[in-house]
Structures are given as C-alpha cells and as structure tokens.
Design a protein around this ligand. Structure first.
Ligand code: SF4
Ligand code: SF4
Length: 434
C-alpha cells in the first residue's frame, strides 16, 4: 500500500537508535489458522486442551505448501475468534489462554554442535519445514523451499536494507542479535557449501557500518562481509539488492539460485539460527510501532499472537485522537492498510505504522511520465492504468503487469495523486483471466 492521503516522513533516525522494549506477554494470544499462502487448515487441539510453547497445534494447507501451526504460550486452548490478519482480511484465529508458566514443548530441545555439523542441505530444509520457518521480512515465503535448490551457490546475501520509511526493526536486530546473525550465516554457509556471505545494509547507516566493521574482523577468515548498498527505495527489493551487491541482473521470471545466489532477510537468518540450534519455531519477533500518528514510536520484542491494540496503548496511544487514522501493517509503500486496529501480530508482521489522514484530491493524469521513470520493474504504469480503465485485456497482458513488485513508487511520485498501484493490482487480476 502506498499511502497518498498523508505526508510520509522518514522518522527512522531516532527510533533506530532506541533499544528494543520487551512487550508483556498477554493473557490471550491468537494464532491464525490460515494465511494468504495456505487458505485451509486442520487444527489438532480442541477447547480445554493444554498446550505448551512450540507445540504443533495444527497444519495450514495451501496448493504448494503446508505449514505446521505452533503454540506461542503455554496454557489452554479456549476457542476461536476472528481478527484482522496482515493481509487486511478477517481471519479465524485459535485463542490460547496463557498460564504464564512458559513451559516449552519437549520437542523444542537444543541440538549439539556435532549433530548440526552432520546436516546437509536436505537436513536443514527438513528442520526449517518442521519449524514453519518463513521469510520474516514480510514475504512469508517458506524458507525450506530455498534449500531445495540443487544449484551450485556461490554467494549468500543477507538483506538488512530495510528500505521503507519509518521501519527500524531490522536495524535493531542488526545491533541486538549479532551473534545469532553470524550463527545463522554459518548454517547457511554449511547448507549451501558456500563461503561468500554478504550482509547488505544501506550506505547511510554509518552506525551499522562502524559496528559491523569492527565486529566482522573476528570472522575475516570465514568469508562474512558487510556490503553497503544504495540509499534509495526500493533497494531492499531482492532483485535490486542482488544487482547492487553482486552486479548481477536477474531477468524477470528467473530465480536468484539460477545465478548462484540465495538471499534471506536478516530476521529470517536469526529465525534459522533458533530453528536449527534450539529446534524452536518463531515465537517472538521484533516489530516497529511507529508513524507520526502515534505518541511514542517504539520497537518491541513481542510474542507472536499479541493483539496490536495492546502495543498501541503501550506506545501512549494516538498523538491526535481527534484525527482520522491510517493504519498500515508493513511499510507505507508496500504494506497493507487495516480497516481497524483489531489486528494480531503474526510472525511476518514487521511493523505497524500509524498516520494522521490528510486528504489529497485525485486529479486527472497530466502525462508527466514520473511513474514511468520511477518504476524499478521497467513497466509503463500509466499505460497499464489506461488499459485497465478501458478494460482492454489484450493490451493489459501486453504490458506485463505481473512483473510489478508492488513497490508503490508509481503512486508515490504521481503528481496528480492517482492511486496508480491500485490499477496495476487490478491489471494483474485481469492478466490472469483466460
Ligand atoms: S508498476 Fe509496480 S513495480 Fe512499477 S512502480 Fe508501480 S508498483 Fe512499483
Ligand atoms: S505520474 Fe501520475 S500524472 Fe504522471 S503520468 Fe503517471 S499517472 Fe499520469
């Protein structure tokens, strides 16, 4: 979502320098039974059943993947409730009442280094699949699938670029989870039999460059290096990052692994470490609650399943309660707008952005060409918009809207305040028609 009804300011600076707060684990947590990739599910527990942290309590099912569902507190299954999911849809959630005993399921026990040393790529993939590891930068793509490639890998990229405005959760992870990041990269090096690993950050983050410049000296013989990339958006887009870090341009329709590259978000790398070393699924994650509409923007380490409303309260509530609000899950460019704050932290929620609404009236297109010049996928957004308006299916298909990465730039730059990206999304739907 690119928000055109407010002014987007980049307030990363101060928030990125504040330490992460630990949010209280609530009495009730909510675990989604399904998500965008897995629309069906089977739940293994019933009302009254006792559960432990990390216990498998169900299975999400999709056309391509299945994902075990894990409890994130110990306590009792007390039923179901509907809440908004990061997709912006109302979804069924399993409701667990916390007994605050923090009892872990016995299956979540540490592996010895000797056991880990014997793992091959397939062995890592099985562990990550069982722990439901997914892209924690927001993609929610199952991690194990990337381990299924048989391609020869020559470069591992860790994406810590976090290029959207406001969000600083990955910045804090970089500063607060350094040992786990190195541990996760070592597992990736072992799994892919690849020594070259680059942690990619924006060049302007001088604090990260200084800290890692000193820290990585310890690992100079292990092939782990920091790579400073451009300061522009959408530098964190996989294809843009790969090009900046390696000079390789991945053509549309091809996978990075075909070019000897695998890439993972830095939060995912920490999740991989916990999954392999401790056999634990992601039960806590770091998220930013930020934006100009919230009183005290903060980064929190929060239990998966926590209601977002409680985190907004922890931030002192809305700065201007009398104004209409725009709530965005994810970044202001690519995130999803929420119809209400009745939403739940899932493991792929990176941030909640609260903005005060300021209406800008949409004007007719003046053919300025800004959207064309800005599109990182080389598309013609204005032409696609025209084809959608004309319901010209043939022309829509010719203009290849499926290559759009929904970065939101065409809307952001539009001088006429047109929600161009919305038209591209509609074009994608049209392009799928027979
Ligand atoms: S068409 Fe898609 S990829 Fe291009 S600028 Fe718009 S949202 Fe971004
Ligand atoms: S940026 Fe907006 S006004 Fe300019 S060509 Fe694109 S749609 Fe038209």
């Amino acid at each position: 979502m690119i928000c055109k009804s407010t002014t987007i300011k980049d307030s990363k600076g101060l928030l990125g320098r504040l330490p992460t707060l630990k949010a209280d684990v609530p009495e009730f947590v909510f675990i989604a039974t399904d998500n965008a990739r897995c629309p069906a599910s089977e739940v293994y527990v019933k009302e009254g059943d006792h559960v432990k942290i990390g216990q498998v309590i169900g299975l999400r099912k999709g056309p391509f993947f299945e994902q075990p569902i894990h409890a994130t507190v110990s306590g009792t299954m007390v039923g179901y409730e509907k809440h908004y999911h990061r997709s912006g849809k109302l979804v069924n959630f399993i409701k667990l009442q916390n007994d605050f005993k923090e009892e872990w399921d016995p299956s979540c026990s540490p592996r010895s280094d000797e056991e880990i040393a014997k793992l091959d790529r397939k062995g890592f993939a099985e562990i990550l699949k069982a722990n439901s590891s997914v892209g924690l930068g927001g993609s929610s793509f199952p991690t194990y699938v990337k381990f299924q490639t048989e391609a020869k890998i020559g470069t591992i990229l860790v994406n810590a670029i976090e290029c959207e405005p406001y969000i600083t959760a990955d910045h804090r992870i970089m500063l607060e989870e350094m040992e786990k990041i190195i541990g996760g990269i070592r597992y990736l090096q072992q799994a892919f039999d690849c020594k070259n690993a680059y942690i990619c950050v924006k060049a302007k983050y001088t604090d990260l460059r200084q800290v890692y410049g000193a820290f990585l000296k310890r690992y100079k013989d292990e092939g782990i290096k920091l790579k400073a990339v451009g300061n522009f958006y959408p530098q964190g887009w996989e294809i843009a990052m790969i090009r900046s870090a390696t000079g390789i341009k991945i053509p549309s329709g091809h996978l990075p692994s075909e070019f000897g590259i695998v890439d993972f978000n830095v939060s995912t790398v920490v999740g991989i470490y916990d999954s392999v070393k401790y056999n634990r699924p992601v039960t806590d994650r770091l998220i930013s609650i930020t934006g100009d509409g919230i009183r005290y923007p903060s980064n929190f380490k929060v239990r998966v399943g926590t209601p977002i409303r409680s985190l907004l309260e922890r931030c002192g509530g809305y700065k201007h309660p009398e104004k209409d609000k725009i709530l965005i899950l994810g970044g202001p460019m690519m995130g999803a707008s929420l119809p209400s704050d009745d939403c739940i932290v899932t493991k792929t929620v990176t941030s909640v952005i609260v903005l005060d609404a300021e209406e800008h009236k949409e004007e007719p297109c003046i053919r300025c060409g800004s959207c064309l010049l800005s599109c990182p996928a080389g598309l013609e957004p204005k032409q696609i918009m025209d084809a959608v308006k004309a319901m010209d299916k043939k022309r829509v298909k010719e203009l290849k809207p499926m290559r759009c990465v929904e970065c939101g730039l065409c809307t952001y730059v539009c001088t006429s305040h047109i929600h161009v990206t919305d038209y591209i999304r509609r074009a994608k739907t049209i392009a799928k028609l027979p």
